[in-house]
Design a protein around this ligand. Structure first.
Ligand code: TXA
Ligand code: MG
Length: 341
């Protein structure tokens, strides 16, 4: 299949929308990461996404809408708290889980009776959804298991020849995927941390916000973080969180601790590894600017694959605010290979 490379022009967005309407696959920019979109109400089209990504079919997809009114086409149950959340954070990097109605096919939700919905803020994403006239099912536009794409070139690397078109936009502003939440009457549960933090949601709703215990970063003292794939009892509320994700080709080690100590440990290990003839890549954000860390993490991982490094040494960031989401991704990338200094 020849993959069309499109621009963010009205004319090209129209072309992309025609492809979506006909059941095809189009990758497009969003403010979080690039998405791989298809008509989310068309079972055949949605099935094509799993195939192109090599994605397990029990991992549900997010439906993307461009206006709040489109939510009613997907679900019959919209709570007051959900409305409050939508008013505060949509359009933006937040996905909420709803009971789905029977217009939403099984393939889109991986067989679940719930559906994740997000209204992206990226103007190209919104124009594409609007022009297509359907909710667009879109996981991140990477091959399953690889770091999510934050540049169009990442998408082309993974998806050229496998999908109908790629809309070339700029770099994604946030750089990690949306916060996924289940909104209940008296509580909000985070199924995947992201740019919208627990504190942001508490401030707006007055509700208690907790993290799905299965993915909590501090659940054990042995230095194992979240998403231990070997644990048979590991059942996160978001099915996607159980898979090894964002994995670079290189072996990766996360080093946690006070910044100076982490820096020294990285230098020492780098020297040792290099003396063994290994090529070493270092990720050390070194600031409390979590926005920068989120923006750069996946791109850095992909760069290191390109440079064919053997080992990546990554300094942990603080697990507060957006740093929590960054650490969720970093630990997954490393397959929970982490030490404390
Ligand atoms: O920022 C994002 O959310 C990006 C852009 C493209 O919008 N999309 C994205 O999709 O990250 P994906 O498929 O890579 O991740 C969706 C996550 C998975 O962990 C999935 O298991 C979870 O959301 N999810 C989707 N629907 C769900 C549902 N009904 N119940 C629980 N978890 C769900
Ligand atoms: Mg993904």
């Amino acid at each position: 299949m020849k993959t069309l490379h499109l621009k963010e022009t009205a004319e090209d967005i129209k072309k992309a929308a025609e492809i979506i309407k006909k059941g095809g696959l189009v990758a497009f920019p969003t403010e979080t990461v690039y998405g791989l979109g298809a008509n989310g109400l068309d079972a055949k089209a949605a099935a094509g996404i799993y195939k192109a990504k090599g994605r397990p079919s029990d991992n549900p997809m997010i439906l993307h809408i461009s206006e709040l009114s489109e939510l009613q086409e997907i679900t019959d149950h919209i709570s007051d708290n959900a409305i409050k959340m939508a008013e505060a954070f949509w359009p933006g990097p937040l996905t909420m889980i709803f009971q789905r109605n029977d217009k939403v096919p099984d393939v889109t939700t991986g067989g679940l009776d719930t559906v994740g919905v997000r209204m992206p803020s990226d103007p190209t994403a919104r124009a594409l959804i609007k022009e297509s006239g359907v909710p667009i099912a879109a996981p991140s536009a990477n091959l399953s298991g690889k770091p999510s794409p934050t540049k169009a070139s990442h998408v082309a690397h993974d998806m050229d020849g496998r999908i109908d078109a790629i809309i070339y936009g700029g770099d994604c502003a946030v750089g990690i995927e949306s916060t996924v939440v289940s909104v209940k009457d008296d509580e909000i549960v985070i199924l995947r941390p992201g740019k919208i933090t627990a504190a942001d949601m508490e401030a707006v709703t007055g509700l208690k916000v907790s993290v799905d215990p299965a993915i909590a970063l501090d659940k054990d003292e042995k230095g194992k973080g979240s998403s231990d794939n070997d644990d048979k009892d590991f059942k996160p509320m978001a099915p996607g969180m159980k898979y090894r994700h964002y994995a670079p080709d290189a072996e990766m080690l996360v080093i946690e601790g006070e910044a100076d100590k982490v820096k020294a440990e990285i230098e020492k290990r780098k020297k040792d590894l290099e003396s063994e003839g290994k090529k070493v890549g270092v990720i050390f954000f070194g600031t409390k600017d979590f926005d920068e860390a989120a923006h750069d993490l996946f791109a850095r991982l992909r760069e290191m694959d390109e440079q064919q490094v053997d080992v990546i040494l990554a300094g942990a960031v603080e697990k507060t605010g957006l740093g929590y989401a960054v650490m969720n991704r970093m630990l997954k990338s490393a397959g929970n290979n982490v030490i404390k200094v």
